[in-house]
Design a protein around this ligand. Sequence first.
Ligand code: NAP
Length: 302
Amino acid sequence: MLPFARVTIIGLGLIGSSIARAVRERMPTVRLTGHDADSDVRAVADRMGLCDDIADNAGAAVTDADLVILCVPVGAMGAVAAEIAADLPADAVISDVGSCKAEVARALSEALPGATIVPAHPVAGTEQSGPEAGFASLFQGRWCIVTPIEGGDPVAAERVAEFWRRLGSDVETMAPEHHDRVLAVTSHLPHLIAYTIVGTADDLAEVTQSEVIKFSAGGFRDFTRIAASDPTMWRDVFLTNREAVLEMLQRFSEDLSQLQRAIRWGDGDALFEHFARTRAVRRSIVEQGQDDAAPDFGRTHG
Ligand code: NAP
C-alpha cells in the first residue's frame, strides 16, 4: 500500500519539481497538487503537467492533502507553514526538504501547533534551480535523512521514510541537531569554501578573467560548479545553520593554518601524509557508491 494518496508540493523549483516527476513515475496513482509563490513558475509547472492541479495560493493547495511537502528556501519555511495553517487537514502529515533541520523543525512547530510534522532532507541536488532543472531520477540511490521531532509521531515518520524509499532513496534517521552538524561538514563548509575561492580569483586584479577561465581545468573549474549554486538557498542555509557552520569553520581554519605552516617550513612529510589521508577519503566515497570512479568526473579528454 502506498504511504500517501494525495500529495501537495509547495515550491516547484529543482527539488519540488523533481519530487513531482518521481512521484508520477513511481507512484502514478497518487494525486498531486502543486503551488509556487512565483506565477511564472506556476505557469511553467502547469504547461509541463507536473501536477494534477496547480493552486494559486498555498492554503487552497493543501485542503485535501494527506502529505504536504514544503520545497521552498529554508528562510521561507515558517511563513509558508503559517500560510497553510488554517487549511491543513487535521490528519495530514507535513514535511519539508530543507537543507538545515533544527531551525526548520522549530519554525514548523511554532507555525503549526498540534500538526504532525516530519522534517526530512534529500541529500541530492544540482547547482541549478527552477522547475525546468528537475528530473525524476534525482533521488535514485541518494540518501534522504528523516529528522523526526522530539515527541513526534513515529508512524508518520515511517510513512515519510517509505515515501522516500519509493522515490529511490536510501533513508537514514537522525536528530535534527545531529543532521545540522554532519551537513555543516559535508555540504555547507565545502560550499562556503567554493564561494570564497571563486570570489577571491574574481577579485585578483593581476589575474585576468580570461586567464582564470582559460586555465580553470587546473582545479578551479570544479569549485565554480559548486559556487554557481542558488544564492537565495545558500544565504538561508548559512543564516539558519549558523552555529554548526561557525564551529566547523573554526576547525577548518586551524587545519588550514597547519598546512600553511608546513608549506612555510618546507615540511614535505606533513603535506604528503595529509594528502595521502585525503586521497583515501575519496576512495571510500567511490567504494560506497556515492560517486563515479571515472577520472576527472568522467569528463572526456583528447
Ligand atoms: P529553487 O529551485 O529555487 O525552488 C524554490 C521555489 O520555491 C522557487 O520557485 C521559489 O520561487 C519558491 N518559493 C520561494 N518562496 C516561496 C513561498 N513563500 N511560497 C511558495 N513558493 C516559494 O530551490 P530548490 O533548489 O528546489 O530548493 C528548495 C529547498 O530544497 C530548499 O529549502 C533547499 O535548502 C532544499 N534542498 C536543495 C537542494 C539543492 O541542491 N538545490 C538539495 C536538497 C535540499 P521564487 O523563484 O519566486 O523565489
